[in-house]
Design a protein. Structure first.
Length: 242
């Protein structure tokens, strides 16, 4: 028996998002700080991806990422948040750029370290010629952000299916939900699930709609205005190249 799709995204249900709560952290809100910790844990990967692309040094990127989030969670960085920007994604990228610039400037002043962790300089300073085929750090940040959002949406859907006793079905059709499965192989998967092809396709279609809802819910949690959800969804899919 198939499960009916969840209701469409209701803007009213997201009137208090995680990002809204994060902005409250500027006023020493425990609730806001908890939301900030949640978002930092969820979106650690885009920051690491940006720094690896910027520094071209995985070890330095990982070390600086830890320092960046430690400072943010200590309550210093978040106080510069501009609520008018409305997107945690935009704020996070701006914050890590500022953090990196600060460390590079400190490295210039204290040439041999002097207690400051050395950070690789940018291409202009070392005289390297940028490779035009290499994705820009900003684009890599956006791409990893989009992948993270989709991954979290997929995990939310997996949890829903398990609660409904359809965990095995979800795992079988997951490649079809993510675009990794072959269209011509649906008949074999349907047979393995004990379903005729028409019913199988309808069930997969419903799961795709539910996945989109889960992704929208995740996106809404990073915005201060639910009306911007569709705009942000379009930006995320654009970051993935489609």
């Amino acid at each position: 028996m198939t499960t009916e799709p969840r209701p469409p995204l209701d803007h009213a249900s997201f009137h208090t998002t995680r990002w809204t709560r994060v902005c409250l952290a500027q006023a020493d809100s425990d609730d806001g700080r908890m939301a900030l910790a949640d978002l930092c844990a969820a979106y650690y990967a885009p920051v690491v991806a940006f720094l690896r692309c910027e520094l071209r040094d995985a070890d330095a990127a990982n070390e600086l990422s830890h320092s960046f989030f430690a400072e943010m969670l200590a309550g210093e960085t978040i106080r510069t948040a501009d609520q008018e920007r409305g997107r945690f994604r935009s704020y996070l990228l701006g914050a890590v750029k500022h953090f990196l610039s600060h460390h590079r400037e400190a490295a210039r002043r204290m040439k041999r370290g002097g207690g400051v962790t050395p950070v690789p300089m940018d291409d202009e300073e070392v005289g390297a010629i940028p490779d035009p085929r290499q994705i820009s750090p900003d684009a890599e940040f956006d791409r990893q952000w989009a992948l993270t959002v989709l991954s979290r949406g997929l995990e939310a859907l997996r949890s829903e299916c398990r609660e409904e006793g359809r965990g095995d079905f979800f795992e079988r059709v997951k490649p079809l939900l993510t675009g990794e499965g072959e269209h011509g192989g649906q008949a074999e998967v349907a047979e393995a699930c004990g379903m005729n092809l028409e019913a199988f396709r309808m069930s997969v279609h419903r799961l795709k709609k539910r996945l989109r809802h889960c992704v929208k819910t995740e996106v809404a949690g990073t915005l201060d205005d639910p009306a911007r959800v569709q705009e942000e969804m379009e930006a995320l899919f654009a970051a993935l190249g489609g």
